[in-house]
Design a protein around this ligand. Sequence first.
Ligand code: MLT
Length: 331
Amino acid sequence: MKQLLVLAAAAATLFSAFSASAQTFPGSKPITFVVPFAAGGPTDRVARDLAEAMRKSMGGGANFVVENVNGAGGTIGANKAAKAAPDGHTLLLHHIGMAAAPSLYRKLQYKPLEDFEYLGMINEVPMTLIGKPQLEANTYRDLENYIRTNGGKLNIAHAGLGSASHLCGLMWQSAINAKEAMTTIPFGGTAPAMNALVGGQVDMMCDQTTNTTGQIEAGRVKAYAVTTTKPLSNKLLKDLPTLQEMGLKGFDLTIWHGLYAPKGTPPAILAQINTALKLALKDPDFIKKQEGLGAVLVTDKRVEPAAHKAFVTAEIAKLRPVIEAAGKFAD
Ligand code: MLT
């Protein structure tokens, strides 16, 4: 009987500690968004916009910090977040790389489905195939013909093995059945890669519209096609052909971003963060900022943790054969 009373007391203490931490969360300590790519890129953009919206949805009392931890296609940052203290003050903001990395890294330092608590999906973003200003090809047709025969003579920038830009490059080269793989040039994120492209140091890239819209509109890069089956709504880019229209049947790549906490973060804190995320996704400023860059905030059930996790689980399974089929372009 005595053991039972001791156990009950321990459970009550533990519960009150959890609920107390939830009551005081986030307290004075900032909430850190770990962004696994360089500052200024599309993932960083989503993080900074979301931080602003969540600061509001949490009543202005929460401070947010964005920490860029880049390298190895986002897996270094993801691993750092997985190993962080599960107290709600370190969250990972990541994209489709959560689902691509398991098929590209034999020894991943973390397990995407076991080592994280899922907090909800954030947005979906199309990608555009772009080239340096000096690239001879002016239309998608010119580009595809050139790559089919001269692929090996050109290079393509990306943000590391398993990044969205890497995934798009390997899927595209596989879909056009390029004779030989383009030389790939990895960067810490597509912000530095974009600088190299605009400067003519690299030839091509496939990147999210969050990062490419401004450069295309300013004429600093050439735009060839969109990776989604739906054309872009942006008035200047709405005539950009989709890869499907260009004959790549079934080519449909949409990048998505989600929010994650380390496994073991108290449920009450997870619920608080998810509630703040849902409110932030309805913030008119956030919606406007993202839509202006071609992204759409998620409004369906994937903002619920269970549906978010089910979606990523399905994406891992969907991408595995695609990555295996494109294996020779994987790097
Ligand atoms: C990617 O290619 O995965 C992202 O664009 C990287 C980034 O956000 O910089």
